[in-house]
Design a binder for this molecule. Structure first.
Ligand SMILES: NC(=O)c1ccc[n+]([C@@H]2O[C@H](COP(=O)([O-])OP(=O)(O)OC[C@H]3O[C@@H](n4cnc5c(N)ncnc54)[C@H](O)[C@@H]3O)[C@@H](O)[C@H]2O)c1
Length: 352
């Protein structure tokens, strides 16, 4: 078992990474929220049939009354209707401020459940129990909560750190291989951003990497960005590598491309553009693309720049007339480059 401490300015909590956490979740949640009498599990229909029963049993064993709300799986559920259904369920179930919510699932469940916990009664305790690789290494840590709006992804949300994150590695056994690979787009991101040795390790090992080591290392890197800039006004923006173009690809595909696949395409486009514009070497861009392909991730798109531009300009990372674009410089170092509309259009056109 590995533990990563996150001492954010608004809350300190521990991320636990190991096996058997699901069966012992009740005890931990009791310790984290000692006044809780009830715990609401929020999950999706795929994860529900696999893990909700054992989580429920563990909560009940620890003396908590457990209730459960199940969303249909997929990004389409991460919207206003899903959010209203969850908070209404919490109210109907009589959850009070001292009770707890447990987000059991991938990043979709984690984001909408956390937004519900952050806003229901102006905030109740919540615990992230990520069951996808992407949710373990990224979305469950750092306190970004969100739902999508028709205008774009993650456009409504608040910052609210969880009270704990329990990554039960054994849940990854049931994760479909393609979904695991999609999570690797965010794993590679940490190497490109911050740690060349880690990137080389991943490139060498491919999908056979040591899961506990890799997940803990990703969480440590993310934790460092979160502590340096909890509210995403500066250096934390680097975690958006591949996301500005990626979110446009994801939306234009009608969410048929997953978040991870879209980020992989966005990262490859940013790397190719960075090489052509002289921010990084051709070799650096080539290494990024080769690594993405080695994990079976897509690196090309037939989306046209004019289709992507309006979506990228409505991105929440925009500040006035400028959008902060994350640009690879070397493996292990990226820059934040504020770009105006024309510069951005030129940059991304070069990467397509
Ligand atoms: N808050 C943040 O900081 C942040 C960061 C990155 C991504 N995100 C968000 O995360 C979401 C993507 O997360 P995701 O890739 O986990 O997608 P997801 O939650 O949609 O899960 C992908 C699929 O895997 C299934 N699944 C999850 N765990 C499983 C398991 N153990 N066994 C079998 N099936 C399982 C789900 O039911 C779903 O069908 C997006 O909404 C994205 O915006 C948020």
């Amino acid at each position: 078992m590995k533990e990563v401490e996150v001492k954010a300015s608004t809350k300190s909590y521990t991320v636990y990474i190991g096996g058997g956490l699901l069966a012992r979740a009740g005890e931990r949640i009791r310790a984290i929220a000692p006044k809780a009498e009830k715990a609401a599990i929020i999950t999706d229909d795929n994860v529900d049939v696999l893990y909700a029963e054992s989580l429920m049993a563990s909560l009940e064993k620890a003396g908590l009354t457990a209730v459960k709300f199940v969303l249909p799986h997929g990004e389409e559920s991460k919207n206003g209707l899903g959010y209203l259904a969850i908070v209404s369920f919490l109210a109907e179930s009589g959850l009070s401020r001292s009770d707890a919510l447990v987000a059991l699932g991938g990043g979709m469940v984690g984001d909408i459940a956390a937004f519900s916990a952050a806003t229901y009664l102006r905030g109740i305790n919540y615990i992230q129990m990520p069951t996808s690789l992407l949710a373990m290494v990224d979305s469950s840590v750092g306190g970004k909560t969100a739902i999508d709006l028709p205008a774009g992804k993650n456009l409504a949300g608040v910052f609210c750190q969880p009270d704990a994150v329990l990554c039960d590695m054994s849940t990854l056994e049931s994760l479909p291989e393609n979904v695991f690979r999609q999570g690797c787009a965010e794993v590679l991101k940490y190497g490109i951003l911050d740690d060349a040795k880690f990137f080389d390790y991943l490139s060498e090992k491919g999908l056979g990497f040591d899961r506990e080591y890799v997940i803990a290392r990703c969480i440590e890197i993310k934790r460092n960005y979160v502590l340096a800039d909890e509210f995403d006004t500066g250096i934390r923006r680097k975690l958006n590598l591949g996301h500005t173009f990626g979110h446009a690809v994801e939306k234009l595909s009608g969410y048929t491309l997953s978040h991870g696949e879209s980020v992989a395409i966005g990262t490859a486009v940013a790397a190719r553009a960075a090489a052509k514009m002289g921010y990084c070497s051709e070799m650096c861009a080539g290494k990024i693309e080769t690594a993405l392909k080695a994990f079976g991730l897509p690196t090309e798109t037939n989306i046209k720049i004019d289709e992507a531009m309006p979506i990228m300009l409505s991105d929440k990372k925009r500040a006035g007339s400028l959008v902060n674009i994350i640009v690879p410089e070397t493996i292990g170092s990226c820059a934040i480059v504020p770009m105006g509309v024309e510069q951005m259009k030129e940059f991304f056109s070069k990467g397509l």
